[in-house]
Design a protein around this ligand. Structure first.
Ligand code: HEC
Ligand code: HEC
Length: 313
C-alpha cells in the first residue's frame, strides 16, 4: 500500500468516526447494550367537553397502568402482551375499533375517552373508571403521541343516527331479511352464534385469528366491545370494527333500515330480556317472512287491468 493510499484510508476512517459510522461498525459484533431511547412526549391536547387533556401530564399514569400491555412505545408489545388474546392495541398505527366516525377515519377524543371508561368486554382491557376525568383526558392525549396520523389527519365526522323507531314485528322481520341479504350470517352464523361458514378462517389486520361476535352468549347485561345500547349496536355495523374483518355497512344500509337490523340482532341475544324479546314472545317466537310494502317499481304492474280487492268478479 503506498503512502497516498494509506493517507486516504486514514482520512476515510477519521471521517467515518466523525460521522458516527465507526460506532455502527463496532455494533455489528457486539449487541446493543444501550438502553432504548426514551419516548419523546410531544405536547398534544385532547378535548372532552370542557376538560382539556395534556399528553405530558399522563406520562406516569401511562407508564404505570398502560405500558405493561400497550408497551412503552405504544406498539402493543408490553411485557404482558404475549399472554393476552386479543392482543393489546398498537397505537403506532392509530387503527381503533370503537369509533363514532366512518370506517378508516380517526376516532374522536370522546370515542377514546368512552373506551377508557367502558373497558373492552371479552378482552383484557380493563375499565378505568376509578380515574378522574382529567386523568382519562390526559391519557387520551398521550395515546396520540405514538402515531403521526394525529398530526396529519382530523378525526372523522361522527355518523348521523336518526331517532329509534318503535320495536315492532315488522321492524324485526325486516331486520332479519337484511341479516340474510347482507350475509351477516356468513360470519356470525344463522342464529348469531359466531359459527358461520367463514368464521373459522377470519384473521385481523395483524394476522391474529379472530372470532365473530356470538350474540347468543350475551347475558341480560349484554355488552359489546363498543357499547351496550341499541345506538351502540347501530354505530358498530355502520362504522365497522376497523382492523378486523367486521366491515362497515354504511354504503349499503339506509339509516332507518339500520334500526330494523338492530331490532333483529337483539332477538339473537336469547338470554337477554328487552322490548325485542317481548315482541317476539307475543308472536310465540316466530318471525314472519318480511313483505316489502313499497317494492321498487321493477315490473310496472298492469294496475288498470285489475279490479281493486283482488279482481274477483
Ligand atoms: C391488561 C392489559 C391492558 C392494560 C393494562 C391496558 N390495556 Fe388497553 N387494551 C388491551 C387490549 C387487549 C386491547 C384490545 C382489545 C380488543 O381488541 O378487543 C386494548 C385496547 C385499547 C384501546 C383501543 C380501543 C379501540 O377502540 O380500539 C385503547 C385506546 C386502550 N386500550 C387504552 C388503554 C389505556 C389508556 C390504558 C392505561 C390506562 C390501557 N389501555 C391499559 C389491554 C390492556
Ligand atoms: C366477514 C365477516 C363478518 C361479516 C360479514 C359481518 N361481521 Fe360482524 N363481526 C365480525 C367479527 C370478526 C367481529 C368481532 C370483532 C372484534 O371482536 O373485534 C364482529 C363483530 C360484530 C358485532 C359486535 C361488535 C362489538 O362491539 O363487540 C356486531 C354487532 C356485528 N358484528 C354485527 C354485524 C352485522 C349486523 C353484520 C351484517 C350486516 C355483520 N356483523 C357482518 C365479522 C363479520
Amino acid at each position: 500500500m503506498n503512502r497516498s493510499k494509506r493517507y486516504l484510508l486514514l482520512t476515510a476512517f477519521g471521517a467515518a468516526l466523525v460521522g458516527g459510522l465507526g460506532v455502527q461498525a463496532v455494533a455489528q459484533d457486539v449487541p446493543t447494550i444501550d438502553p432504548k431511547p426514551s419516548v419523546v412526549v410531544r405536547p398534544i391536547e385532547s378535548h372532552i367537553g370542557n376538560t382539556v387533556g395534556h399528553s405530558e401530564s399522563a406520562k406516569s399514569d401511562y407508564k404505570r397502568y398502560c405500558a405493561g400491555c400497550h408497551g412503552t412505545y405504544g406498539d402493543g408489545n408490553g411485557e404482558n402482551a404475549v399472554w393476552i388474546e386479543p392482543k393489546p392495541r398498537d397505537f403506532t398505527i392509530a387503527t381503533f375499533k370503537c369509533r363514532s366516525t366512518p370506517t378508516g377515519t380517526l376516532p374522536t377524543d370522546e370515542d377514546l375517552y368512552n373506551t377508557l371508561v367502558r373497558g373492552i368486554t371479552n378482552s383484557n382491557m380493563p375499565a378505568w373508571n376509578t380515574f378522574t376525568k382529567q386523568q382519562r383526558a390526559d391519557l387520551v392525549a398521550y395515546i396520540k403521541i405514538f402515531s403521526p396520523r394525529w398530526d396529519k389527519e382530523k378525526p372523522g365526522q361522527p355518523i348521523q343516527i336518526p331517532a329509534e323507531p318503535p320495536v315492532t314485528m315488522d321492524s324485526i322481520a325486516h331486520g332479519k331479511a337484511l341479516f340474510t341479504k347482507l350475509e351477516c350470517w356468513k360470519c356470525h352464523g344463522p342464529h348469531g352464534e359466531g359459527d358461520g361458514p367463514s368464521a373459522a378462517t377470519l384473521t385481523d389486520s395483524k394476522d391474529q385469528p379472530i372470532r365473530p361476535y356470538n350474540f347468543a352468549l350475551a347475558k341480560d347485561d349484554s355488552r359489546f366491545k363498543c357499547g351496550v345500547t341499541n345506538r351502540d349496536i347501530y354505530r358498530i355495523f355502520m362504522t365497522g370494527v376497523d382492523g378486523t374483518p367486521m366491515p362497515s355497512f354504511a354504503d349499503v344500509i339506509q339509516p332507518n333500515d339500520a334500526w330494523d337490523l338492530v331490532h333483529f340482532l337483539r332477538t339473537l341475544q336469547v338470554h337477554r330480556h328487552g322490548k325485542e324479546t317481548e315482541v317476539l314472545s307475543t308472536a310465540h317466537g316466530v318471525i314472519p317472512p318480511y313483505v316489502d310494502k313499497n317494492p321498487p317499481p321493477a315490473n310496472p304492474a298492469p294496475a288498470e287491468n285489475k279490479a281493486p280487492g283482488g279482481g274477483q268478479e
